[in-house]
Design a protein around this ligand. Structure first.
Ligand code: TXA
Ligand code: MG
Length: 347
């Protein structure tokens, strides 16, 4: 069980309040404390990546198994050398990806330096590293002057938080501070890739789909989407089949006609755009309907709202959530990845 702290405070970091919030977060991080921080993807639970005792607190607060390594966030590209070693054969590709996508939601898996504690990488010889684009996160990283290890700020296996209030629901009483910079821009965790030199062209292996899409990565090499679902030794345990799970069972069907309501149960519909043509709206007398992108059906809006809508439905006292699939292209691949994992919870 995670040890309790007296109180979890939320500090505003918008506009005029930013400096004071940054100062407070940096003071805690420098003292080996853990702090929930905004990033452009989801809120992270940050710790000084070079302080193993601080990193251990992250695992404790999240109840995260030690086999699941953390992402390290660097404040500047110069800091990359402190964290990772770039093999010569992939150096050119790594630099191209960095200039195209950093700061931003692309995480690179690279060989680690000896400075990175084994706890951060779960004993693996590689480290997952990215530079966040969030203004507040960047200011904190810069002032701290050290890399920040930060997994998503939810309890293990649960829905990632995209707002300070969602972090509070996950970690209240377990962490001293949440830095609130409003809703996250992207709403889905970063795309994680591993790079290989390949025979003819570089190979970019997607370990977790995210805001940087397969199509965007294809400009830099041959893209391979890893389908591995290893539970014992997961390559990116965010790939665990059951993850991002609401407490309410979530169902997804290849064809809406497969849905059969059990009498007396309350069902909620997680709709893409509340389009009757999708075949779900008229199927049942839903207790609640929540749309990811009401009316327009835009994938970026759906991505931003996904975890928020999952959480809202989870709190609605339903017996089941039925999720309409979205198109499995572009950003839709990352959304479908999260929905499928939410649907396999309890397997
Ligand atoms: O957008 C994000 O990536 C957010 C924000 C806070 O930066 N972070 C995030 O962290 O999603 P987390 O811990 O929830 O997911 C990190 C994933 C895990 O699935 C972990 O297994 C994988 O990254 N990972 C970390 N180190 C790895 C490594 N060396 N090799 C392969 N996968 C790794
Ligand atoms: Mg996570």
């Amino acid at each position: 069980m995670a040890s309790a702290v007296a109180e979890t405070r939320i500090i505003q970091a918008q506009d005029d309040d930013m400096k004071a919030a940054v100062r407070e977060a940096v003071a805690l991080l420098a003292a080996g404390e853990i702090v929930a921080l905004p990033t452009e993807t989801v809120y992270g639970l940050g710790a000084d990546a070079l302080n193993p005792a601080a990193v251990a607190r992250v695992f404790e607060a999240k109840e995260r198994p030690a086999f699941d390594p953390l992402i390290v966030h660097i404040g500047s590209v110069k800091q990359l050398d402190e964290v990772a070693v770039i093999p010569a054969e992939i150096e050119e590709t790594v630099h191209k990806l960095i200039s195209a996508f950093w700061p931003g939601p692309l995480t690179l898996v690279l060989p680690k330096t000896p400075q990175i504690p084994d706890l951060v990488t779960s004993g693996q010889p590689t480290v997952a590293v990215r530079q966040s684009a969030n203004k507040v996160f960047r200011a904190i990283g810069k002032e701290l002057g050290r890399p920040i290890a930060a997994p998503s700020a939810n309890r293990f296996g649960r829905i990632s938080p995209t707002s300070a209030s969602a972090v509070l629901k996950e970690l209240d009483g377990r962490i001293p501070l949440i830095v609130d910079a409003g809703a996250c821009r992207d709403g889905l965790e970063s795309t994680i890739v591993r790079i290989e030199s390949g025979e003819k062209r570089p190979e970019i292996h997607i370990l977790r789909p995210g805001p940087v899409t397969k199509k965007e990565l294809q400009n830099f090499g041959r893209v391979v989407v890893e389908k591995k679902r290893l539970i014992d030794a997961p390559e990116a345990p965010g790939q665990l089949a059951s993850h991002y799970a609401p407490r309410t069972p979530l169902l997804m069907f290849d064809d809406p006609r497969e849905f059969r309501a059990e009498p007396g149960k309350r069902y909620g519909l997680l709709s893409y755009k509340e389009d009757p043509k999708a075949g779900y709206l008229g199927l049942h007398d839903w207790a609640v309907v929540e749309a990811l992108s009401p009316g327009s059906g835009k994938l970026p809006e759906a991505a931003v709202r996904l975890f928020h809508v999952m959480r809202t439905l989870d709190e609605a006292g339903l017996d089941f959530i039925v999720a309409e699939p979205v198109s499995d292209v572009g950003l839709g691949q990352a959304i479908m990845d999260r929905l499928r994992r939410a649907a396999t919870a309890g397997d």
